[in-house]
Design a protein around this ligand. Structure first.
Ligand code: HAM
Length: 418
């Protein structure tokens, strides 16, 4: 028996309604902020991610699904959505169009990680990206969108944490401070962190090894090294969030797992989102577009993990009720009434009324049993007598009341009672 690859999940029809709820909320909220959907390829040239996400990150070093295609080019299944959107924005010359550019996406993404609760190899994201606006209002708008999205799903116990990781200038000073702090501990740190020390010491703060985490706990904090501009930007983001009534805490240890961020970074966390705890993460990334070949355009965005959202919704009791069954089940008896049921179902479907008929050649008793199990609201019986009179017997399964209804009035009758 061939089984599903490790770290992937099937979404069965009985579960998909909850995905629809998240996707509908995502679209509605994103569009309320005037974001439009963007679709980019599932795979990109590997270089996009190594340059964009950063070659000192775990994602690029350990987790990418990279392969040579038949033409010998190195391509990678997207580990996230931001780099692809940035590439499309540059490639289509959108920086020369109307700004800000605001796009959202619902995508699958791929990371070769060790699967556990809330951590998959194929997972799904709802993400939003805003390009062209450098001011704190753009950060606040994107955070507000994320917050409203989570609230629309009914989530109450997901907490917003924010931080600032500064710009190139203030981060250079911070890197020196980090190096000074970590240098005496290098022997106790993992091999990855020793190379991070040289290339990008801030990545050490994101290490998952217990020993490194313990050392990192006492490291200097970026917030103490912000330059005046970055500090003013962060203060303004916080002021706007407070003015909008969006609760947050400042968590100086948020550095994010991708290299492209600058200034504001944020995460929405919940104890119910698996070992990682982060349901949604994002931030400002003012240098990414330049890094992947465009001109300098300020940017801010986030992505939420759909599977983690589902875990949190389950834990908070926010799962929507399961989908209802069809509006009508049209029971057939003999050949003539079965054919009539088929044709009548076609007519009703044409008017937007969902219908099922018997495709299993069941007895009338079994058809009623099936209709009940399937959750049909009405069972329509086309007996010999009813057919002769051009009518049908309609049973309302909610209260078992039956009524004889003329066929030409059937659609109206059902629509009024749904
Ligand atoms: P990220 O923090 O790597 O950021 O991922 C965003 C969200 O995707 C996480 O908070 C989590 O819910 C979900 N996620 C990530 N990896 C997995 C996994 N292996 N299994 C299940 N869920 C996962 C980004 O991807 C950035 N592109 C976000 C962004 C957009 N920043 C600016 N714009």
């Amino acid at each position: 028996m061939i089984q599903i690859p490790k770290g992937c999940k099937d979404v069965l029809p009985a579960q998909v309604y909850a995905w629809h709820k998240i996707e509908d909320a995502a679209r509605a909220v994103a569009e309320a902020y005037a974001f439009k959907e963007i679709r980019t390829p599932v795979f990109e040239h590997t270089e996009l991610f190594s340059r964009g996400v950063g070659d000192t990150t775990d994602i690029v070093n350990k987790e990418m699904y990279t392969f040579l295609d038949k033409g010998g080019r190195s391509v990678t299944l997207r580990p996230e959505g931001t780099a692809g959107v940035a590439r499309a924005f540059i490639e289509h010359g959108l920086a020369g169009g109307v700004l800000p550019f605001k796009a959202y996406y619902l995508i699958s993404a791929f990371r070769y990680e060790r699967p556990q609760a809330g951590r998959l190899r194929e997972f799904h994201q709802f993400g939003c990206e805003l390009y062209g606006a450098a001011g704190a209002a753009a950060d606040a708008e994107v955070i507000s969108l994320a917050d409203r999205f989570l609230k629309t799903l009914g989530l109450k116990e997901v907490a917003l944490q924010i931080n600032s990781i500064g710009c190139k200038t203030c981060r250079a000073r911070y890197h020196e401070a980090l190096k000074g702090y970590f240098a005496p501990h290098l022997d106790e740190m993992c091999g990855d962190c020793r190379s991070r020390f040289e290339k990008n010491p801030m990545r050490i703060l994101d290490c998952k090894e217990e020993g490194c985490k313990a050392i990192a706990a006492g490291a200097p904090r970026m917030l103490d090294y912000l330059c005046d501009d970055c500090r003013a930007h962060f203060e303004e983001v916080k002021r706007l969030l407070t003015a909008a009534g969006i609760a947050y805490t400042v968590n100086p240890s948020i550095v994010r797992g991708l290299d492209y961020y600058s200034r504001t970074v944020f995460e929405f966390v919940s104890a119910a989102a698996g070992a990682q705890g982060t349901v949604l993460g994002g931030g400002r990334y003012d240098t990414l577009l330049e890094q992947v070949g465009g001109r300098s355009v300020p940017a801010v965005g986030f992505a939420a993990g759909m599977e983690r959202l589902l875990m949190v919704m389950e834990a908070e009791g926010c799962m929507p009720p399961a989908d209802m069954g069809p509006a009508c089940y049209l029971a057939g008896m003999d050949g003539a009434s079965r054919e009539k049921a088929f044709l009548l179902a076609e007519q009703l479907r044409g008017k937007g009324i969902s219908c099922e008929i018997d495709l299993m050649e069941r007895s009338i008793k079994s058809q009623f049993k099936y209709a009940d199990k399937a959750g049909a609201q009405f069972v329509i019986v086309l007996g010999e007598r009813e057919l002769a009179e051009g009518a049908a017997q309609v049973k309302d399964m909610r209260n078992s009341a039956s009524e004889c209804v003329k066929l030409e009035e059937l659609a109206d009758y059902i629509q009024r009672r749904l």
